[in-house]
Design a protein around this ligand. Structure first.
Ligand code: NAD
Ligand code: ZN
Length: 362
């Protein structure tokens, strides 16, 4: 078992433990003064884990109800939030009660957003069940939903009261979803955790055996990297931007391909290109793209834009940079690598400079 503390205001604990489901009822009773539990989940996770959690709570005399919606990004909208809120009202959920977000990042973002606005805010707990949700979206308190105009356009910063992570739930996750989360794990290795990067490189494809000790280690290293960053910068003013490594180019790729590929695969290729840019600009003090490519290759993950689509034109990608809300503030900024495990912000002197350096990567 590993326990981490996220020092935001308010602070909260992340518990990483095999079969943590068994401990949840008693841990809730010990740490929280509450009435009922609303388990918010999607239809897939409902069958896999929500019923089990519900039974566990019932056995321990905790009153609970399951509220679920269809799985997938298409459900991440305000209508889902309103339907859930109305269902909660009809079942008399009030401020003494707790919402549990049980599922991937979609469930976490929807349930967290709901918790932040339902009766002006009730506590919520994250039980992430995808690797991406375990290492990324369940920690940090960003909640929200999509609009037809774009992703994550409305939302709140609202920290969970606790995060419970069971590495064993990943056994039922399709390999493509594992790769999606691994991209973010590799990102933490690149920007902050050299020893995590070395561990991943040593293990390679063996990681897909989903050995629970390996998983516990990579989840712990990743969540502690994210917890460190968000503790220092809760509202994304400064340091938190280093989490965007690989994402400037990654978002451009996703936009150009109309979000038809998994986020993590776009980020994987984005990281390689941003590592190459670090080398071209002389920021990198050692080779950073080569070990990254080697690692992605060993994991059967993409490392070139041609691996994502046969007709991705680099010059088209560049037009999307300026539209990225995180990087465009008059100047184009990017997170680059000094070495594996150490990131640095870079501000391009002009858009032309960025374009020139970017095109040298191909
Ligand atoms: P997801 O929630 O859609 O889950 C992917 C699929 O896996 C779904 O079909 C789900 O039902 C299924 N699933 C979940 N757990 C499973 C399990 N244990 N076994 C089998 N199937 C399982 O997608 P995701 O990749 O987890 O999350 C993506 C979302 O997260 C996006 O909306 C993104 O914007 C958001 N996100 C948020 C943050 C944040 O800081 N809030 C950070 C990164 C991503
Ligand atoms: Zn990401």
């Amino acid at each position: 078992m590993k326990i981490l503390k996220v020092k935001t205001k308010p602070s909260y604990e992340i518990i990483i433990k095999e079969n943590v489901f068994e401990d949840i009822p008693n841990d809730l009773k010990k740490n929280f003064n509450f009435g009922k539990i609303a388990i918010v989940t999607d239809h897939i996770v409902e069958d896999l884990y929500a019923k089990r959690l519900y039974e566990n709570l019932k056995k321990n005399q905790i009153k609970a109800e399951i509220f679920s919606f269809p799985a997938g990004e298409a459900s991440k909208n305000i209508d889902t939030v309103i339907s859930l809120a109305r269902a909660l009202i009809q079942k008399n959920f009030d401020r003494k009660d707790i919402i549990i977000a049980l599922g991937g990042g979609v469930v976490g973002d929807v349930a967290g957003f709901l918790a932040s606005i339902y009766l002006r805010g009730i506590p919520y707990i994250q039980i992430p069940t995808t690797l991406l949700a375990q290492v990324d979206s369940s920690v940090g308190g960003k909640t929200g939903v999509d609009l037809p105009e774009g992703k994550n356009l409305i939302g709140t910063f609202y920290q969970p009261a606790k995060v419970y992570i069971d590495p064993l739930v990943l056994k039922s996750l399709p390999i493509e979803e594992i790769k999606n989360g691994l991209a973010e794990v590799i990102k933490y290795g690149c920007i902050l955790k050299r020893r995590l990067f070395s561990f991943l490189s040593k293990k390679g494809k063996e990681l897909y055996n989903l050995n629970s000790q390996d998983l516990e280690y990579i989840i712990f290293e990743s969540t502690s990297a994210k917890a460190y960053v968000v503790s220092k910068d809760e509202k994304e003013k400064d340091l938190r931007r280093i989490l965007n490594f690989g994402h400037t180019i990654g978002h451009a790729i996703e936009t150009e391909l109309n979000y038809s590929i998994p986020h993590g695969l776009a980020v994987a290729v984005g990281m390689v290109i941003e590592a190459k840019i670090s080398e071209i600009l002389g920021i990198a003090e050692e080779s950073v793209s080569e070990p990254l490519i080697k690692l992605l290759k060993s994991l059967d993950m993409p490392y070139e834009i041609s691996h994502l689509s046969s007709n991705l034109d680099p010059s088209k990608l560049i037009s999307h940079f300026s539209k990225d809300k995180k990087v465009w503030k008059g100047k184009l900024t990017m997170v680059l690598l000094k070495k594996i495990g150490k990131a640095q912000f870079y501000e391009f002197s002009s858009f032309e400079e960025a374009k020139e350096v970017f095109l040298k990567c191909f």
